[in-house]
Ligand binder design. Structure first.
Ligand code: IPM
Ligand code: MG
Length: 336
């Protein structure tokens, strides 16, 4: 497993996830954690974001990546973030970005269980476009292969949970791209009659989501809408500090087919002050454990997080007083 702590608060929250890897190893799980320097510091010192050789090493030499965050005010155009994080998501074909929202004790409505399936490699984030005199163009590319893969995973998940599946789209305006999404969604609806599925205009969906979050189960969306919707769902569970995510390539084109990262960014305003909430990073590590088939470890970590919060252990973003490291310790203290 490769560890990329990255920038800002990334290394601080990674430092709280790392002992969980040692704990899993002590329980007999086979894993080796190798830290990698990629991020702003490395870029500013060497001029290198993620070289082709470094990318190939991650792709072929590791099974999974645990990622902190990238983004640094010293690199104003965010060039290294694009060259590292988007490169990994797109290069490794990590089509599925899974962002669950389950409020922890004291952070939101009890029993709420939303899951966003965000397409992670294309759409408006395909990095194609141009700035011309007097106008600017960003292309959004949607392929049947990636959209089909994302939707299939969302249908299978909704069937497994026995919950509703909602597609977020704007096919009334984005006739081509989102038209493709709606067409593939309808084809899969016919294949999965057991799933209660509906396609909704994303604007109406957002209103309904705020008014009645409990009426949603799994939400499928393209890269751009999924990015926005998953920040909104994070707000139901305490905000950005607690939201986890896991990306994977269901078709396993390369050895490395998994990347776990918190939904939050590098938070330069609070970075280095021991203020960041490590819960999003720690819950992302639990998602990674589960995907590796380590269900007992995933559960134990999630239970430790809920238990710590139920006992009042909280960072400042949740109204508590604990720093990053004390919060990490409060969680680890509950693991046997
Ligand atoms: C996220 C982030 C990223 C994204 C940024 C940092 C490129 O907002 O993971 O949601 O937009 O995908
Ligand atoms: Mg985002």
């Amino acid at each position: 497993m490769a560890l990329i702590p990255g920038d800002g608060a990334g290394p601080e929250v990674m430092a709280e996830a790392r002992p969980l890897l040692d704990w899993a190893r002590a329980r007999g799980r086979h894993l080796e954690a190798i830290p990698m320097p990629y991020g702003a510091e490395h870029f500013l010192a060497t001029g290198e974001t993620l070289s082709e050789a470094a990318y190939a090493d991650l792709r072929d030499g590791f099974d999974a990546i645990l990622f902190g965050a990238v983004g640094d005010p010293r690199v104003p155009d965010g060039r290294h973030a694009e060259a590292i994080l988007l490169r990994l998501r797109q290069g490794l074909e990590l089509t599925i970005n899974f962002r669950p929202c389950r409020p922890l004790p004291g952070t939101g409505p009890e029993g709420l269980h939303l899951e966003v399936f965000r397409e992670n490699t294309e759409g408006a984030y395909c990095l194609q476009g141009s700035t011309e005199p007097g106008r600017a163009v960003d292309l959004a590319v949607h392929t049947e292969v990636a959209v089909g893969r994302l939707l299939e995973a969302a249908f299978v998940r909704a069937a497994h949970r026995g919950c509703t599946l909602t597609l977020a789209h704007k096919a009334n305006v984005l006739k081509h791209g989102h038209g493709l999404w709606v067409r593939l969604f309808q084809e899969l609806q016919a294949k999965h009659p057991e799933v209660s599925a509906r396609a909704m205009h994303a604007d109406a969906l957002l209103c309904a989501l705020v008014q009645d979050p409990g009426s949603f189960g799994v939400i499928a969306a393209d890269n751009y809408l999924g990015d926005l919707i998953s920040d909104l769902t994070a707000a139901f569970a305490g905000g950005m500090g607690t939201a986890p995510s896991l990306s994977w390539a269901p078709h396993r084109p390369f050895r490395c087919a998994l990347l776990a990262e918190p939904v939050h960014g590098s938070a330069p305003d609070i970075a280095g002050k021991n203020l960041a909430n490590p819960v999003g990073m720690i819950l992302s590590t639990a998602l990674l454990f589960r995907h590796l088939g380590w269900e007992a470890e995933a559960e134990a970590v999630e239970t430790a997080v809920s238990g710590a919060l139920a006992d009042g252990a909280k960072t400042r973003d949740l109204g508590g007083t604990l720093g990053t490291s004390a919060m990490g310790r409060a969680i680890r203290d509950r693991l046997s």
